[in-house]
Structure formats: structure tokens, C-alpha cells
Design a protein around this ligand. Structure first.
Ligand code: TXA
Ligand code: MG
Length: 318
């Protein structure tokens, strides 16, 4: 178990000496190191068992600081930064030389974000370097939304966990890049595409790919709870699999025939924001309850429903 608390000084000192600190953000917890220290960053990859072709996001507390290590920022990116930072948006921008290649997996662009969590913003204000931080989970597993999740997964590998409570948004940031100048969604996430389009107009959405190294977070299989997940019409799935030891993860309906420990409802009122906040914790819960299979369903494909459906489909991918 790693030491857990709200000691910003301790977090700062750990990062300054090349250590790893888990940080709360509004999306999910991050596993952070000094983003300008290549050795410290390499320890992130080791702790997560993450392949080196999957680039990291640099977190900072101000656009000024971000401008000091990126360049040629498109107008549309500045408009999005103005509108949504601090918040659940990552921008992929051309990088300057001081960003070590290990952070970007050798790409000449870097993902950057100002997260919206008071503890982490306070920490970022107190240090001159950005924090490289992927989600604080073993590669391919479900992202953590509490300090306990981080401790359960990486407790022996992280030097300190800054405990900021449960994450408010619950799914990772929306990633926007500008290949050939065209605003493009690289990953659906906690900022709805509709909100982005209100600011910069229609955007492209990059398709999922398991082979494209330029967008590794788009790997088809990801967010795996270690239990088979089947997406469909829940009553039909239950009928077809009578007698099986299944669990149900529904959007808003309770199925009384399912024993309570095997039944989770993402949002009884059908609220997509609440559903996103619950999603990863419920997948983790089922990974402990260990049903044979989880039956689930797609949510309305708007707002945060788009990101939730994306995570469900990847969790279900074989
Ligand atoms: O909400 C989040 O974004 C969380 C919190 C901790 O900020 N972080 C997170 O990091 O989800 P991670 O490492 O799990 O996902 C980062 C993804 C990579 O998998 C990759 O797809 C994309 O960001 N990415 C980073 N840099 C990129 C680049 N230069 N070009 C394309 N994609 C990039
Ligand atoms: Mg991740």
C-alpha cells in the first residue's frame, strides 16, 4: 500500500526527486512524474506495464506554461483551450525539443491538458515542470476514479497518492488533434463532442484502430474488467442465458429477477453525467464479484453517452 493523503509538499518533493505520485483529476486519477525528466517518465511505463508506443499527456496549470513547450498552436486549439480549460479536454499540439521523446513515443506532437481539480492545480502551480500522467491503472485495465482504486492496482509501485476523493466526471478526457489542420477527435471522453462543435464547428472523428501507432489510446481492446462483457438487449440476453451466473449493468432500469449484488444501474434517472461517474467503479465492482459474464446495453449516443458507449465496446472487445 502506498502512503495516501493530501500533503502537497510531500507530492511536490517526491516529483522533484524523480518519484511517482498518483494525482486526482476530474476525469480519472493519473500516475504522474516530472514530464521533463526522461528517467522519471520511463518509470511510469514500467509501473503500468505500458508499451512505449503509447504516448503520455502533459498536465499543466496555465496556457502560458503550455506555450513554453509547444509551438504553432492552431487558432481552433486556442479557442478550445479558452473555452474548456481547466477541464476534460486534451489538445495534441506540435512540441518543442525540451519535451523528451519518451513522453510522445517519438511523435513530434504532444498531448496537453489543464485538469480541473483543486489539489492537483495547487500542486501544478507549485512546480515549474509539467506532469506526464497516464491514467493510474495497469495497461489495458479499467481507469481508477478513487485513491483506493489506485492503491489496489499500483500500491506497490507509486511513491505517494494524493487523495482528491472520487472523480467528478469519471471517464478520461476528450482528445482533439489537428492533423493537416483539421480538428479531429482522437478519443471520445468527458467533454461532449457537441460542446466542442459549439465553439469550432463540425469536427472529424477518428475511427477506432488497433494497428495505428499514431493513436494508440484508440486500441480496440482496453478498459477490460477481466470478465466477459456482452452488449445487447438485456431482457433478451438474460432469457437466452438462463441458469448462467451473470451480472447486469443497465443504463436506468432495475431487473428485479437479478440478485442485488449482481445488478448495477448506471443512473436510475437516466442522467448520462451520473452514468459516466459510475461506469468504471461498477466495472471494478463486478471484477470482484466475479460473475461469469456481464450483460450490458448501449446508452443514447449523445453527450457523455458517446464516451460511455466507446468504453463499453472496448471493454467487450475480445
Ligand atoms: O483524462 C485523461 O486524459 C487522463 C487524466 C489522468 O488526465 N489521462 C489519460 O491518459 O487518460 P492515458 O495515458 O491513459 O491516455 C493518453 C492517450 C494515449 O493513449 C494516446 O491515445 C493519446 O492520449 N495521446 C497522447 N499524446 C498523443 C499524441 N502526441 N498524438 C496522438 N495521441 C496522443
Ligand atoms: Mg489510460
Amino acid at each position: 500500500m502506498a502512503e495516501t493523503g493530501v500533503n502537497i509538499e510531500k507530492a511536490k518533493a517526491t516529483l522533484e526527486t524523480g518519484g511517482l505520485v498518483a494525482i486526482p483529476t476530474e476525469t480519472v486519477y493519473g500516475l504522474a512524474a516530472n514530464g521533463f525528466n526522461a528517467t522519471a517518465v520511463s518509470n511510469i511505463f514500467k509501473a503500468k506495464n505500458r508499451p512505449s508506443f503509447d504516448p503520455l499527456i502533459l498536465h499543466s496549470n496555465s496556457i502560458e506554461k503550455i506555450k513554453s513547450f509547444t509551438k504553432d498552436i492552431p487558432e481552433a486549439a486556442l479557442a478550445l483551450a479558452e473555452a474548456f480549460w481547466p477541464g476534460s479536454l486534451t489538445l495534441v499540439l506540435p512540441k518543442q525539443d525540451m519535451v523528451p521523446p519518451i513522453v510522445t513515443s517519438g511523435l513530434d506532437t504532444v498531448g496537453v491538458r489543464i485538469p480541473k481539480h483543486p489539489l492537483t492545480l495547487q500542486l501544478l502551480e507549485s512546480i515549474p515542470f509539467p506532469l506526464a500522467a497516464p491514467s493510474a491503472n495497469p495497461f489495458g485495465y479499467v481507469s481508477p476514479t478513487t485513491a483506493v482504486h489506485v492503491n489496489n492496482n499500483l500500491g506497490t509501485k507509486v511513491d505517494y497518492i494524493l487523495d482528491g476523493g472520487a472523480c467528478e466526471v469519471g471517464v478520461e478526457s476528450t482528445i482533439v488533434g489537428f492533423p493537416n489542420g483539421v480538428p479531429t477527435i482522437f478519443r471520445k471522453g468527458g467533454l461532449a463532442i457537441e460542446e466542442i462543435e459549439k465553439i469550432i464547428g463540425k469536427v472529424e472523428v477518428q475511427a477506432t484502430s488497433s494497428s495505428k501507432p499514431s493513436a494508440p489510446g484508440m486500441l480496440e481492446k482496453h478498459y477490460s474488467p477481466g470478465i466477459k462483457l456482452e452488449i445487447g438487449n438485456i431482457p433478451e440476453l438474460m432469457k437466452a442465458h438462463q441458469g448462467k451466473n451473470f451480472a447486469v449493468l443497465s443504463f436506468k432500469d432495475i431487473y428485479d429477477e437479478v440478485p442485488a449484488p449482481f445488478m448495477k444501474v448506471l443512473s436510475k434517472s437516466g442522467d448520462l453525467t451520473e452514468a459516466a461517474r459510475n461506469l468504471f467503479a461498477f466495472l471494478r465492482y463486478f471484477s470482484e464479484v466475479k460473475p461469469e459474464i456481464i450483460f450490458t446495453e448501449l446508452l443514447p449516443e449523445n453527450g457523455l453517452g458517446t464516451a460511455i458507449n466507446d468504453r463499453l465496446k472496448r471493454a467487450a472487445a475480445q
